[in-house]
Design a protein around this ligand. Structure first.
Ligand code: AMP
Ligand code: MG
Length: 350
């Protein structure tokens, strides 16, 4: 299949430019599109065949459910059994935006879209192209991230093309995304809201709106027996092909340890990459140094993370050493992704 690429200027486009993509979706085809978090791979959420095609194009395990993207709050009421007060409050506070809510589903959305679960994940994105595509197609759009399963989520249209060219009908290129990390997923089917996947919206942000809330113990625990509730958080993910190790501790000790590991790698003839803050990048003497952003600008670190993990593969990096990144606003979101990418290989130094 030939994948059509449509270039759209997100800050000034005409709805007409999305007519073709809307038609593809209505006919059961697949369209990748930009959102404020990462690029999504969209299909008609009510069409079983479209959902199956999404799993096939990504090579995604069929028990890992998709997120349904809507353009108006009233579309949520169409697909769930009830709308709790907490959903209205969270939607008022954070939609349109990088938040996904889990609610009990009714029969409008097929089990193929929800990976066999009787709950459904719903998000109302703020990206103008995503929103217009939903309206133009007349569909609710089921969309996971538009990457091959296991690879880092795409933050540029080029990343989508790397993974899915020839496997989907169309890619809408709306430039680089703004946030670069997937949405915060909040489960509203328990007594209190539970964060199943940390993201740009933090636990503290959620607590301010609904009072009590908590993190899913499955994403905090190192114990493999405590399984994350979101199926997608159970899989190895984001990992570059090279061996990625995170080094954490005091700044001086981390620099010393990474330099020592880097020296060893380089003398063994390996291609070594160092992932560092822009403040500390010049302290590293071995291998190729990649500055991810300022320690003071966690948004910049989030935006660059996935692209950098992909660059390590493009450049054939074999050993990758990364600093740990403290991110008070996003809390665990960045370290959660980085530790998953590293398969939880961490060296602590003091
Ligand atoms: P992606 O859009 O690729 O980031 O994947 C969607 C994420 O949402 C995955 O981690 C899924 O496991 C999670 N998810 C989707 N629907 C549900 C649901 N009904 N219950 C729990 N997690 C869900
Ligand atoms: Mg994903």
């Amino acid at each position: 299949m030939e994948t059509e690429i449509i270039k759209v200027n997100p800050t000034g486009f005409d709805a007409k430019e999305l007519e073709g993509a809307g038609e593809i979706l209505r006919n059961g085809g697949l369209v990748a599109f930009p959102t404020e978090t990462v690029y999504g791979l969209g299909g008609d959420a009510k069409n079983k065949q479209a959902s199956k095609a999404i799993y096939a194009a990504k090579g995604r395990p069929s028990d890992n459910p998709l997120i349904v993207h809507i353009a108006e709050f009233s579309q949520l009421e169409e697909i769930v059994r009830e709308v709790p007060d907490s959903a209205r409050k969270l939607a008022d506070a954070f939609w349109p935006g990088p938040m996904t809510l889990i609610l009990p589903k009714n029969d409008v959305i097929p089990m193929e879209t929800t990976g066999g679960l009787d709950t459904v994940a719903i998000r109302l994105p703020s990206h103008p192209v995503a929103r217009e595509l939903i309206l133009e197609s007349g569909c609710l759009i089921a969309a996971p991230s538009a990457n091959t399963s296991g690879r880092p989520s795409p933050t540029k249209a080029r990343h989508v093309a790397e993974d899915l060219s020839g496997k989907i009908d169309c890619i809408i290129d709306g430039g680089d995304v703004e946030i670069g990390l997937e949405s915060t997923i909040i489960d509203l089917t328990e007594d209190i809201p539970v964060i199943l996947r940390p993201g740009y919206i933090s636990l503290e942000d959620v607590e301010k709106v609904v009072g009590a809330a908590k993190m899913d113990p499955g994403i905090l625990s190192e114990d493999a027996k405590v399984r994350p509730k979101a199926p997608g958080m159970r899989y190895r993910h984001y990992a570059p092909k090279g061996n990625l190790v995170v080094v954490e501790g005091s700044k001086e000790a981390v620099i010393k340890q990474i330099n020592s590991l880097g020296e060893k790698g380089v003398s063994a003839g390996k291609k070594v990459a160092i992932m560092a803050s822009s403040e500390t990048a010049s302290c590293y003497k071995y291998g190729e140094v990649f500055a991810i952003g300022s320690f003071e600008d966690e948004d910049e670190i989030a935006r660059n993370l996935y692209g950098m993990l992909r660059d390590f593969d493009t450049k054939g990096m074999e050993l990758i050493y990364s600093e740990a990144f403290e991110t008070p606003h996003m809390g665990r979101a960045i370290m959660n992704r980085l530790l998953k990418a590293a398969g939880h290989q961490v060296i602590t130094v003091s």
